[in-house]
Design a binder for this molecule. Sequence first.
Ligand code: CUA
Length: 337
Amino acid sequence: MWCYSLTRRRLLRGALGLTLALGGCAWDTPMSTVVPRSDVAREILHVYGIITWVALGIALLVGIALAWVIVRFRERPGAAALPTQIRGHSLLEIAWTIAPAIVLLVIAIPTIQVIFRTQAAPPRDALQVRVLGRQWWWEFRYPTLEVVTANELHVPAGQPVALTLDGPDVIHSFWVPMLGGKRDVVPGRLNRLIFTAETPGEYRGQCAEFCGVSHANMGMRVIVDAPDAFARWVAAQKAEPAEPAAGPAADGKAIFARSACVGCHTIRGVSSGVLGPDLTTFGSRRTLAAGLLPVTVDTVAAWLKNPTALKPDAKMPPLGLTDEQARAVATYLIGLK
Ligand code: CUA
């Protein structure tokens, strides 16, 4: 009875461990690497697939061979202490040199093919976007459209997008698993990532290279729009910001214009700072502080009052605003669409 309950406890513990381990590998998480939604992600998954099946096949062969050896050469009563020992078997040695070489070749050929395909020059109709990784947020510049945004990259479905990645401070890594592989953002070096998103939707991404205290808070979103929705987004981004209505929004604009905000942030027609995100269409964004919080008057006001409380080591200093002033600036910013 004691033995039975111990075995059952072990089984339960094993099942729990397996559940937890598999739970970490859910297929349908927002950052799943096995749910491709672009040509590049599909190519990468294809290589993953080959490697996984080859590795599983080898594991199976090795497992079967090992089981056979364990059973065949187990210690038997009355048998000799050691089975016949083999040394210097040329055929065996050649075989186990060639076999791994063949395995590597099977993996290398499709891998190199995909590397060359994904590094090819972008097609002529590709939408050009310059990606700047900064401590700890993302800037997206569309040179041909004259649009600048932060942390939320909009791209049209079905059109190739050519990202040029660069960074002014330290190394970051652009990673939106459902749309493509990681690409490092290295100061002084232009890396490229070209992909065609297939399905409209919102795709989560994350800086994938340790870049300082708030590395884990350096998220991003790629919003894949249907082509007409993308055209509307571009038009809205280029429109002149509307004058805020009298009341808290207008008060917020006045506070913004006379405070330290203007030293770091651009709002077209109001200020031209370049250290922080361009806020000209801040209200059109879904999230705040590199994907950390949803955009609401409360969260924006909390951010304005004390950025480092929400994002450790954030470069933006507390502005010394009262609650009322912070809410007024938040109302103004959210009204910028
Ligand atoms: Cu940027 Cu990690």
